[in-house]
Every structure is written in structure tokens, then in C-alpha cells.
Design a protein. Structure first.
Lengths: 432, 291
């Protein structure tokens, strides 16, 4: 079984190379056809815009479930069977895993300087390993504080600029309205927590020594864990999944009045709760002492090992990531608020985003200011989906009062190491 | 000669199945567990399949999430097997004693759940357990009793309950059939010696169906160690069941979420060895007592 997969893989790697040397195949004189899978909202509109902008490449789009809902399993299985799409959407945390598995092709030579100049270097760093580029970022999503401006104003709350202010505001809210909380501790929020840790200066994974150094419970992470444990112990936050009916109800019934999530979530909020139009505004994520933030969410595009048209695939990717028409098409769909990785597109984004939901606030200007504060040097791990799951199992228990937040991080570390070792990677465990 | 041919033809399906669905997969798993597609260092280079010896086994055995899964399943066995054996035997003895009226009706209704496929059974119970959906939880809530069948301490008993519901009737039928084979004169002799129905059941009938008890015990053990369907389905409704809740779930997760075939294969072999060792131990132990 393994042998045949190997052979398939080898065949998959050599076939496209052979294809590169010959002129690109055209279907009966028609345009080159490439396939594209994505779970991102508004992708159909983007593909339509691309297809009508030129007649050399025709993109066939398939909407797939989001990664956690089966999208990643679908991609892995397709790659195993040797028929992955030409272009696949992979979120930042999963890029190293797909690169190691050989699903995402090494596209270092396909990413031209023109592309590199157009996109934020810190985003490209997150998809570059061993000096090799494995995917091209589409958006970069600094975490921001979404808050209920109407309730803040009615109660005279100040926007918390620091985590200390956040905690004391949480206390005020709980004391004034026992049924209400400032925020939740998302028990399914390993990615939110990663962002908190990222901001505080944690380095969960480090590849600088030529090894995977894993420290999911380093000193900055422990500080963040203690902070949230404090909020949990004082009953200042609700403890439940963010992606749940329960949380929908909490937001819909004004029982939770802020959300900490990536810039993209502004669009998701518009779609999920149209009735709250005009009530939400967005502020920077609270900080510790330095003016830095982490990111939450964001996607990249990879050319897969099975692609027979890597150049055409790359051309489509470049257009999606750097052309204003692509962003305009996506935002006009009314369901996205992605912050583009190409600074040149911010203007187009600000113009195309329907602003009424946020009372006319110029959220793109805010995103731009926050994107500049993203802490440099973060690295995602080789099996992030699994690491995330183990962490969330621990969070769920901590939320139920069994174990603590820091326990969950330590469990995630000890549940990740055997995986990496069995993959044959050089590993090292950091302080915990 | 003709006899031999007939024998071969009749036996062939068994051996074909044995080879294709047991020996080949087991052999593949063992082989996979000793090899891996390795890339040196950070892992971004080209892969090559190499012999890795016991590396995958060391990884599995040093993985606390796998060991927790084993512990969970052992706990599950400790809860489930005694309840199952005692429950099924008690029901069989009741039916056999003639205390129960409408014998065939009772037998039928107890056996019916076994005809429901495991996945459907789990779905039915998922519905009955999930707060907001379940009429039972609702009913309790109306009586001001907050009950959470999927909480951190209740989730394992909830799974045991599903398994009991599914399999009690089946095992009861096995016991009942064994009880039918108990010689009537032995029972008559015990009555003459003054044994009441309870004493007769406990002292005479139960020891005489020991063989059936051991068989049911071992089958139940092997089945229980492979715990998978029920927790996978229930995990949709509760975060208290992790993706690596039982060893079988760990194997599934290793292969299909983590794309780590070596690890999954090694875990499968460990589970197989654990199951064989445990069944062998149980068999030895029961035989020893028989002497």
C-alpha cells in the first residue's frame, strides 16, 4: 500500500515536470483548464471575474467544506489518490503539514519577484520553510476586538486598550449584569489562544536550529494561560465553544458583548446576525505592554503536487492575491471582510466593503494599522490540526472545571511530540 | 479424491476470506509499522521509505493520549462486562425458571435491539442524550433535575448504556440456550434436596453454564476493546469525547487526520497484541479455576 503510494507520488512529481518542458496542453484549442478548491466565501465570484478577465486560463471552481468540517480530509484523500486540484486553499496553520506531506508543491521558482514585492513579507514568511515557498498568502488577519458600541455607550464602558483594562471591564460587566459577560473563553479556540500567545511573544514552534523545537507552554504562553485561568476562576467569561448554537444565542441575546477574532470575522458577523446592523464597531486587540498583535485566521493558496499546469495555477493565484478586481469581487459578495496581504489592495478593499453594518467605520484603515503590528517570527507546527484538537479537548475540560488552561497546553505538547517523532522529524522539546 | 475436492471447494471461501480480510491487512499493518516515509531534519525535503524499526511503537507507547485511550477502554470494560454478563445471565435464568410470563414475547423484545445496527443505535441514543433535543433530558428538567448524559463523568456510563441496550438480548439468548441443555434430572435432584428457585439458579444452573459465561465474557471483551462507533457519534454532541477517546479512535485519527500511517499501524498492532494478551489471560484464568 505504501509502495504504491510512493510510486504514485513519484509519478505525480515527475509528470508535471515533463508537462512543463512541453507547451501547455490546451483542450482542443480552448483555454488551459485548472481546478480550484476552496471553502472561502465569495470564491465563485472571484473565479467568475478571473474567467471573464482573460481567455487563456479557465478555472473550474468547487466549493468544499471548511477544513475542520472535512475539507482537509478531502484534500488529503484526493492527494493520496493522485487527483488533488491544481489550486487548493490551505490556512496558515496547516501549510507546514501539507508541505511535509508533499501535497503542497515547492513553488519557490514560480513565485516571481513581482509577486513578492506586492505582498507583506511577514505573511510570506509564514508559508516559507527551509527557504522554500509552499503557498501564497491571500489575506492576513490581525486579531481585533469586535464590540457592541451601543451597549458600551449606554453603560459608559471604555474600550479596553490593555489586558488589565479588559479584565477590569469584564468585572464591571459581570457585576452590573450577572447574566452578561464581556467575552467568552472559547473552548474550541486553540487558534484564538495561539493568537493570544503569539501576541505575548510565545514561540510554540521554532525551526531555526534545523529541528522542530516545540514549546507550547513557554513563559509567555504561561502568562497568557494564567490570565485566562484567572478570568475563568473569577467567572468573568463564559466558557463554551465559539462555533456553537450556544454562542450564537449569547450574542443574539446581548449576553456577550465583545468578540476577539480576526479581521475576516467582521464579514462573518454581518452574515450571521444581520439584525445587529449598526450596533457593532471594531477596535484594536488589547495589548500587554508592547504594541504588537497576533493573527487569527487567514488563508493561502497552494499548487498541489498533482497539478499538471503549475504556471497557469500560479497565474490564477497571483491574480487572486494581488489584483484589485479579485478583492472587489470577493467583498461585493457581501460575506467577506478579508484583509488583503497585498497592501496595494487596501484602498480597493475599503471602497468595496459595504460599511453600513459598522456604522460607516473605516474598518480597513484599522485593519491596516493592526496588520503593521503583527509580531514577527511566529511559526506554525507540522501537525497543527491534531495539536489544536488535543488542546481543545483540554480547554473543554478546563471549561468544565477539570484541569486548567495550562494543563491543556502541556497535554497538547505531549500529544504532539509522538506524532512528530513518528513522522521522522528531528524534534526537541522546549521548556514547559 | 472426490471427497477431498469437495472439501477444498467448501473450505475455500473461508480461507479466501481469512487471507483477504485478516491475514493480509494484519501483515500490511505490521509492515507499515516498521517503515515510514522519512525526510531528514525539518521534513521539507524529498521523502524516502526507510526501515524505522520500533520508532513508531516507541512513539505510540510514549503518547499519553494513546495510553489514556487504553485506560478509558479498560474502565469501559470494567463497567460494561460485569453488568453485561450478570444482566444477561439474570434475565436468562428468570426466563428459564418460568417466573417470567409471556416468555417468547419477552425474549423477542429483549433481542430486538440487537437487530438494530450499531450506528443506528448510537444515533437513537445520541438523540436521547443531547440536551435541547432529548425528551428525557426535557422531562428531568421539568422535574427540576439537571441531568447531563454527556458530561465529563457521565459520558462513559452513557456509552455503556448504549452497548448494554444493544447486546443484552443477544447474550441472554446464548445463556438461555445453554440453560436448556442443563439435564432436567439434575434440577429435579436439587429440588428433592430442598433447593428453592433462587438457590437452584445460583448454585446449580449458573455453574453448569460456565462455558457459555466464559465465551460471552471473552467475546464481549474483544468487542469492547474495539470501542469506536458509539463514542465517534456522541463526540458530535460533547467535547468530553476527544478524537482519541479510545484506541480505535486514536488509530482512525492517526491515519486520517494526522496522515501518520506508521503511527496508526503501530497503534493497531499494539491494540491487537493487547487484545490477544487480555483474552489469553482471561482464558487461562478461567481454566485454572475449573481445575
Amino acid at each position: 500500500m505504501r509502495l504504491s503510494r510512493r510510486t504514485l507520488l513519484a509519478a505525480g512529481l515527475t509528470a508535471p515536470l515533463a508537462a512543463c518542458s512541453t507547451p501547455q496542453r490546451r483542450g482542443a484549442g480552448g483555454p488551459v483548464e485548472i481546478t480550484f478548491w476552496s471553502a472561502l466565501r465569495g470564491s465563485q465570484q472571484v473565479v467568475d471575474a478571473f474567467n471573464s478577465s482573460q481567455n487563456r486560463i479557465r478555472v473550474v471552481f468547487q466549493q468544499i467544506p471548511s477544513g475542520g468540517q472535512g475539507g482537509y480530509a478531502k484534500l488529503s484523500n484526493a492527494a493520496r489518490a493522485g487527483n488533488a486540484p491544481d489550486v487548493a486553499t490551505i490556512e496558515y496553520p496547516q501549510v507546514p503539514g501539507y508541505a511535509i506531506d508533499g501535497v503542497a508543491r515547492d513553488i519557490t521558482d514560480l513565485v516571481t519577484d513581482r509577486v513578492k514585492q506586492k505582498i507583506l513579507p511577514q505573511a510570506l514568511k509564514l508559508t516559507t520553510f527551509d527557504n522554500r515557498v509552499f503557498s501564497v498568502p491571500l489575506d492576513v488577519e490581525p486579531m481585533v476586538l469586535h464590540y457592541r458600541a451601543d451597549l458600551f455607550q449606554a453603560n459608559g464602558y471604555e474600550i479596553p486598550a490593555t489586558w488589565d483594562e479588559f479584565a477590569s471591564l469584564a468585572r464591571t460587566v459581570r457585576d452590573r449584569f450577572p447574566e452578561q459577560r464581556l467575552a467568552i473563553f472559547p473552548t474550541d479556540g486553540a487558534m484564538q489562544f495561539a493568537c493570544y500567545a503569539w501576541q505575548a511573544g510565545a514561540q510554540w514552534f521554532d525551526t531555526s536550529g534545523g529541528k522542530w523545537r516545540v514549546s507550547l507552554a513557554d513563559a509567555p504562553t504561561r502568562k497568557v494561560a494564567d490570565y485566562w485561568q484567572g478570568l475563568i476562576d473569577e467567572d468573568l467569561v463564559f466558557r463554551n465553544a465559539a462555533d456553537s448554537k450556544q454562542h450564537d444565542a449569547q450574542l443574539g441575546q446581548d449576553r456577550v458583548i465583545t468578540r476577539l477574532s480576526g479581521a475576516w470575522d467582521a464579514g462573518a458577523q454581518m452574515r450571521a446576525r444581520p439584525a445587529q446592523k449598526g450596533k457593532w464597531r471594531i477596535a484594536p486587540m488589547p495589548i500587554w505592554d508592547e504594541q504588537v498583535v497576533g493573527t487569527h485566521g487567514g488563508s493561502t493558496f497552494a499548487v498541489t503536487k498533482d497539478s499538471r499546469q503549475p504556471e497557469a495555477a500560479m497565474e490564477f493565484i497571483e491574480w487572486q492575491c494581488t489584483h484589485p478586481d479579485a478583492l472587489t469581487a470577493r467583498l461585493k459578495s457581501g460575506t467577506s471582510s478579508q484583509y488583503p496581504v497585498a497592501p496595494g489592495l487596501v484602498e480597493a478593499g475599503a471602497k468595496a466593503f459595504p460599511g453600513e453594518y459598522y456604522g460607516g467605520q473605516d474598518i480597513y484603515r484599522l485593519f491596516q494599522q493592526e496588520a503593521d503590528k503583527i509580531r514577527d517570527g511566529w511559526v506554525w507546527g507540522p501537525r497543527m490540526t491534531a495539536t489544536q484538537k488535543v488542546m481543545q479537548d483540554g480547554f473543554a475540560r478546563a471549561g468544565a472545571g477539570v484541569g486548567t488552561v495550562i494543563d491543556a497546553l502541556r497535554e497538547a505538547q505531549s500529544g504532539t511530540m509522538p506524532d512528530l517523532k513518528a513522522l521522522g522529524l528531528s524534534t526537541e522539546e522546549g521548556a514547559r | 479424491m472426490k471427497g477431498r475436492l469437495a472439501c477444498a471447494v467448501l473450505m475455500a471461501p473461508f480461507f479466501v476470506l481469512l487471507v483477504t480480510v485478516f491475514l493480509v491487512p494484519t501483515g500490511t499493518a505490521v509492515w507499515l509499522s516498521f517503515f515510514a516515509a522519512d525526510q531528514p531534519g525539518l521534513g521539507f525535503g524529498p521523502e524516502s521509505t526507510v526501515f524505522v524499526g520500533l520508532r513508531s511503537y516507541l512513539a505510540v507507547l510514549s503518547d499519553p493520549t494513546f495510553l489514556n485511550g487504553l485506560l478509558t477502554v479498560v474502565l469501559y470494560c470494567l463497567l460494561y462486562i460485569p453488568l453485561m454478563v450478570v444482566g444477561a445471565l439474570t434475565l436468562a435464568l428468570l426466563l428459564d425458571s418460568g417466573v417470567a410470563k409471556l416468555r417468547s414475547w419477552a425474549q423477542m423484545s429483549l433481542y430486538l435491539p440487537h437487530a438494530v445496527p450499531g450506528i443506528i443505535a448510537a444515533l437513537i441514543w445520541l438523540y436521547l442524550y443531547t440536551p435541547g433535543l432529548s425528551p428525557i433530558v426535557d422531562l428531568f428538567a421539568r422535574a427540576d433535575i439537571q441531568i447531563n448524559f454527556l458530561g465529563i463523568d457521565t459520558v462513559l456510563p452513557s456509552i455503556v448504556n448504549i452497548a448494554l441496550w444493544s447486546n443484552l438480548g443477544y447474550n441472554m439468548v446464548i445463556f438461555y440456550a445453554a440453560l436448556q441443555a442443563v439435564p432436567r434430572e439434575v434440577l429435579e435432584a436439587s429440588v428433592v434436596d430442598g433447593a428453592g428457585p433462587v438457590k437452584q439458579a445460583v448454585r446449580i444452573k449458573a455453574p453448569l453454564v460456565r462455558g457459555a459465561i466464559v465465551t460471552v465474557g471473552i467475546f464481549t471483551l474483544i468487542w469492547a476493546l474495539q470501542l469506536f462507533t458509539e463514542p465517534v457519534l456522541l463526540s458530535q454532541s460533547t467535547p468530553m469525547i476527544s478524537a482519541r477517546f479510545s484506541p480505535s479512535m486514536y488509530i482512525y485519527d492517526a491515519a486520517f487526520t494526522r496522515n501518520n500511517y506508521g503511527l496508526a499501524a503501530a497503534a493497531s498492532v499494539v491494540l491487537l497484541a493487547f487484545t490477544i494478551a487480555l483474552s489469553y489471560g482471561v482464558t487461562r484464568w478461567t481454566n485454572r479455576k475449573a481445575i
